[in-house]
Design a protein around this ligand. Structure first.
Ligand code: AKG
Ligand code: FE2
Length: 200
């Protein structure tokens, strides 16, 4: 089986078994490093925006709730690495729809930077007034991450909590309406690409 399909199945199979899909090497090392370099240059050129909570009609900038900053990826940027990322996501969505009949028709992704001391309190990803977000997907861009660095993604399952370290290239995948989660306070800059697979 081609390598990518093996990784896609690792993510999907662990999602089916545990409600939280994890694939350790979803992003290749070069792609992760190129996306991280993009994020660093967005920071250097002041293009990152403090992230809001809520959807477009009611965005609240509450730093007590989440303190990351973000930038949306777009094919219109004509950035080769963003386009490599979108090519990968197109293949993943095609694979997911073909093997699981998910009917995903779109997606949206942003870079996220959690500076040291940042966090994102417990929340669901699906907006109350809009259910187009079906699956949440996060890809991490952090080399040399160790346990004292904090910044784990904490998933609140009904009967247990699960902490996931944001290590380089890893992807996490779960149903947006189903699992409450949070980002624990990070002691080091923590970088990722986060997004949603959508219907309608
Ligand atoms: O970065 C993470 O691990 C999760 C981010 C998150 O929950 C979100 O952006 O909605
Ligand atoms: Fe979230």
């Amino acid at each position: 089986m081609p390598y990518l399909q093996t990784i896609f199945n690792e993510l999907i199979d662990s999602y089916i078994d545990n409600k939280v899909g994890i694939a350790k090497d979803f992003l290749s090392a070069p792609l992760a490093s190129n996306l991280k370099a993009n994020l660093m240059s967005l920071l250097a050129t002041n293009q990152l925006l403090s992230a809001g909570t809520g959807n477009d009609t009611k965005v609240v900038h509450d730093q007590l709730y989440r303190s990351d900053s973000i930038y949306w990826l777009d094919r219109k940027h004509n950035d080769p690495h963003e386009n490599d990322f979108f090519d990968l996501m197109d293949q993943f969505v095609e694979h997911l729809n073909r093997t699981c009949y998910t009917g995903i028709t779109g997606y949206e992704f942003h870079y996220a930077l959690y500076q040291s001391g940042s966090f994102y309190k417990k929340h669901f990803d699906q907006f109350r007034n809009n259910s187009s977000r079906q699956y949440s997907m996060i890809m991490y861009l952090n080399t040399n991450w160790t346990s004292g660095d904090g910044g784990e993604l904490r998933i609140h399952n009904t009967d247990h909590e699960q902490d996931i370290a944001p290590t380089n290239g890893k992807s996490v995948f779960f149903k947006s309406s189903e699992l409450e989660h949070e980002v624990l306070l990070t002691n080091k800059p923590r970088m990722s690409v986060t997004g949603w697979l959508k219907v309608g």
